[in-house]
Design a protein around this ligand. Structure first.
Ligand SMILES: Cc1cc2nc3c(=O)[nH]c(=O)nc-3n(C[C@H](O)[C@H](O)[C@H](O)COP(=O)(O)OP(=O)(O)OC[C@H]3O[C@@H](n4cnc5c(N)ncnc54)[C@H](O)[C@@H]3O)c2cc1C
Length: 527
């Protein structure tokens, strides 16, 4: 209590952990890392368990505000918004897919007035962080002595091989999607090591826990950043630990790395945010900035499935009850090393993209070696918001069949969400408005449909047809009246079942001072 450090960091996800690690390399600096969550346990190590972790205390348990334009077939019409509440942040509960941004994403940020963020600028940091164990890789884009392990999945279903071959047959080149070219197909690259999860806590915090100049304080929830009204500089943090309020002070910097959902809340509670919104809750305004006014995420469509005529998908239940499955995992092998069944990824530029660059994909296809019926509807369908009724009508019949799913993911959404405070009480969750599929030209839906069409094309290749890959034609409840497989049908289905990817971004947008949407500058300092 009342202690003073050089740096106070709020939040121990990948950003906060990496910062804590790097800043504490300097023995002259003292660092406090505040984290609301507790230590992760061994279950979080098991890649196959990742879909279940959002039902644990390691999740903040957020949900979006219900909205009429999407999620009609989601449980209670509500989209979940899981977010890691644990040392290591969301990297401890995430799906472990290792994908860097497209080169053009970074180059375009830099061109928007953010020096230091071009692909050439950031690549050295990706290299520095990584220890790659990949069978196929573009060597100049990878490194093998960083703290974060990136690996192929040791387990692979026969279906994964078939799907990758079929994609190639459909014209998708095999690529290292974190290398020279992103567009194409690849087995998934994962943040795992020897078949177990590699996360921020293991990579960045565990190795430094004996450093004398850093204090890592768990179960400590920041409620306010203390800001000097005259100088506008942050000088400390208020937080709650064990039901009591404390204050700590920083001589150099207060860093909010509480994630893209909680950082905007913390800033607003501290008086940094849209003036009228803060006044509504009686929060004294320190700086009138558009915090939380923007939010994008990658919408996922989990509503298309394919039936096959042979036992090439993952047989989840049979493998889980196999007494050798856990011993195999302990040796870094077998089903439990699979990241919830995600096996391959395609990046595609659909035929409706209007981007000037051929190397800029607008859809990602997430290939699962199983369907949501593989666990008899217990976890996978819930993790992707499919409600009980929809599951029973559309997917349940697949429990006794060979089936698999590929989820199209929208890469560059036009629809704009936002985050509002619910109240001035820091313990109240903010209000999340995803606003999916609200762009005036309906381009987001159209792009997802274009992704579905490409997926159908892959399933029509001779390689997939050898297994008689056939789309499941039972319509989603509410879409029975439109012709199955018409664009109208897929729009109805997309608006019916959708999941966020939990890649929420832009809630404290980076940009130069003259960018009216920007909250932080290119050095991530609040304007
Ligand atoms: C279920 C799920 C699946 C995902 N799958 C993938 C994937 O496969 N691949 C991928 O690249 N990305 C994935 N992501 C996204 C990825 O995990 C995040 O982009 C990344 O973790 C963000 O890092 P961060 O440090 O910004 O925030 P976070 O990882 O969210 O960390 C923020 C930390 O701050 C703490 N915190 C928040 N508020 C406070 C407070 N007031 N006081 C103290 N501490 C606080 C939180 O408890 C948390 O530990 C997924 C995310 C989720 C939730």
């Amino acid at each position: 209590d009342n202690a003073t450090y050089d740096f106070v960091i709020v939040g121990s996800g990948p950003s906060g952990s990496a910062l804590a690690n790097r800043l504490s390399e300097n023995p002259k600096w003292s660092i406090l890392l505040l984290e609301a969550g507790e230590e992760p346990n061994w279950v979080t190590d098991i890649p196959m368990a990742c879909g279940a972790l959002e039902y644990s205390d390691y999740n903040w348990g957020y949900t979006c505000e219900p909205q009429s334009g999407f999620c009609r077939n989601c449980e209670d019409g509500i989209m979940q918004y899981p977010h890691g509440n644990v040392l290591g942040g969301s990297s401890v509960i995430n799906y472990m897919v290792y994908t860097r941004g497209n080169k053009l994403d970074f180059d375009r940020w830099a061109a928007m007035g953010n020096p230091g963020w071009s692909h050439d600028d950031v690549l050295p940091y990706f290299l520095k962080s990584e220890s790659a164990h990949l069978a196929v890789k573009d060597d100049e884009y990878h490194n093998n002595n960083g703290p974060l392990s990136v690996s192929d999945v040791p387990y692979r279903s026969k279906l994964a091989d078939v799907y990758v071959k079929a994609s190639q047959e459909a014209g998708h080149p095999y690529v290292d999607y974190n290398g020279k070219n992103q567009i194409g197909v690849s087995y998934v690259q994962t943040t795992t090591k020897n078949g177990g999860r590699s996360d921020a806590e293991k990579s960045y915090l565990r190795p430094i826990k004996n450093r004398k100049n850093i204090k890592i304080q768990k179960a400590s929830r920041a409620t306010k950043i203390l800001i000097n009204s005259n100088s506008k500089s942050a000088y400390g943090v208020e937080y709650i630990h064990g039901g009591k309020k404390y204050r700590v002070f920083a001589t150099k910097e207060v860093i909010s790395s509480a994630g893209s959902l909680n950082s905007p809340q913390l800033l607003m509670l501290s008086g940094i945010g849209p003036k009228t919104h803060l006044k509504q809750f009686g929060i004294p305004v320190k700086s009138d900035l558009p915090v939380g006014r923007k939010m994008y995420d990658h919408a996922i469509f989990p509503g298309i499935a394919f039936q096959l005529n042979d036992s090439i998908p993952i047989n989840l239940i049979e493998e889980i009850i196999d007494p050798f499955t856990y011993p195999k995992y302990l040796k870094g092998k077998g089903l439990l090393t699979s990241i919830s069944g995600v096996e391959a990824i395609n990046y595609i530029k659909t035929n409706i993209s209007t981007d000037s660059e051929d190397s800029y994909p607008d859809i990602e296809l997430f290939m699962f070696g199983l369907s949501q019926a593989a666990d008899n509807g217990m976890i996978i369908r819930r993790a992707f918001n499919v409600d009980h009724n929809t599951y029973n009508k559309v997917f349940k019949s697949l429990e006794s069949k060979y089936a698999y799913q590929v989820f199209p993911i929208l890469l560059h959404p036009k629809s704009l969400g936002r985050i509002d405070l619910r109240s001035a009480n820091p313990l109240d969750p903010p209000k999340f408005y995803a606003n999916f599929f609200t762009d005036p030209e309906n381009k987001d839906v159209a792009t997802l449909i274009a992704g579905i069409r490409e997926l159908q094309r892959i399933n029509k290749t001779p390689t997939m047809q050898k297994y008689n890959a056939t789309v499941v034609r039972t319509p989603l409840p509410g879409c029975e009246k439109v012709e199955f497989d018409s664009d109208e049908y897929w729009e109805c289905a997309i608006r019916g079942v959708v999941s966020a990817s939990y890649h929420q971004t832009s809630t404290c947008k980076m940009g130069p001072k003259n960018d009216t949407e920007a909250v932080v500058d290119h050095k991530l300092r609040v304007h």
